[in-house]
Design a protein around this ligand. Structure first.
Ligand code: SF4
Ligand code: MG
Length: 309
């Protein structure tokens, strides 16, 4: 990739603060592929998610020089290696807070978080509500395979009760967490679901998530043929129902109703479930800085001094 863009001089930052336009270029999806080949198992659903993400980046036209792919730890958290972007392979479960700080410091960047169900909802579970309620302007693609793959088959927060793993050899004793219901509950402004083998839908949902101003959460059911044979690509396809065209994506009650009804019927609702516009965290921070008479060039000392009697 080209030489990195320098961090703007503080004097230039006011112009960047709270801008949500994406820096665009005309590139094909193959141009977003970095020169490291994916080293996931053959047949892993994550290959399909990567393909969809590369297509979405091309369709949005994001400049790779202004793109940062953040991840935690796990099979899916290796994804940034394969995308032409700046990359932050952080600690287990900590992609969210790192992405939050990054987006606040450089709101002119496109920030995409990629990770798994264990990373996001177990180790990182304490961070997920705050990404949603704060409406951090990042796109979070969760590759949900209902198992810990990298550490070789332990139960994750989304594992089905009937699934036998190393830590649940007789099956689970806990109800699985539903990522989309969780995100709707905590106030995410864009919530969608797909499955890895549906590249067309996954690409569209990631693209629209990147174009959405605010926290965009896309749960992608991504099969793990090595440790979760029962829930393979065919299973996720057969169990999925795309939300009806007349579904009102601005109606939170309707979105929750769709998910609850699908859960009761043992079905998986796919498509765009919810989308609303509300102020993002960086917009609210900028407004606060204005309100207290501070400067927008991140002079934290001056802001602290202003609050002193
Ligand atoms: Fe994919 Fe599962 Fe292999 Fe990990 S262990 S790379 S999730 S198939
Ligand atoms: Mg997993």
């Amino acid at each position: 990739m080209n030489a990195p863009h320098p961090v703007p001089h503080p004097a230039l930052r006011p112009a960047l603060y709270s801008q949500h336009h994406l820096h665009k270029v005309a590139l094909q999806s193959k141009d977003y592929k970095d020169n490291v080949n994916p080293f996931w198992c053959p047949g892993c659903g994550h290959h399909g998610v990567l393909t969809s993400l590369l297509r979405a980046l091309s369709e949005v036209g994001v400049d790779p020089n202004y793109l940062v792919n953040v991840s935690g730890i796990g099979c899916s958290s290796r994804l940034p290696y394969f995308v032409k972007s700046y990359k932050m392979h952080t600690l287990h479960g900590r992609a969210g807070p790192v992405a939050t700080g990054l987006q606040l410091a450089r709101p002119d960047l496109a920030v995409v978080v990629t990770g798994g169900d264990g990373d996001g909802f177990s180790i990182g579970g304490g961070h997920m509500p705050h990404l949603a309620r704060k409406n951090v302007n990042v796109t979070y693609v969760l590759m949900d395979n209902h198992v810990y793959g990298l550490t070789k088959c332990q139960a994750s927060p989304t594992s089905r009760r009937e699934m036998k793993t190393v830590t649940t050899p007789y099956g689970g004793v806990e109800e699985p967490l539903d990522p989309v219901l969780y995100m709707l509950t905590y106030g995410a402004s864009y919530v969608a679901q797909s499955y890895a083998a549906n590249a067309k839908l996954t690409t569209r949902l990631i693209k629209e998530g990147m174009e959405h101003k605010g926290f965009a959460f896309i749960n992608v059911l991504s099969h793990c043929p090595t440790f979760n044979e029962a829930e393979d690509a065919k299973h996720f396809k057969a169990a999925s129902d795309e939300v009806a065209p007349e579904h009102d994506v601005t109606d939170l009650d309707a979105a929750m109703h769709v998910v609850n009804m699908a859960n009761r019927a043992g079905r998986i609702p796919t498509g765009l479930l919810y989308k609303v516009e509300r102020p993002t965290l960086d917009e609210s921070m900028a407004a606060l800085v204005d309100q207290v008479g501070g400067r927008r060039d991140y002079d934290l000392r001056q802001i602290i001094d202003l609050s002193r009697p």
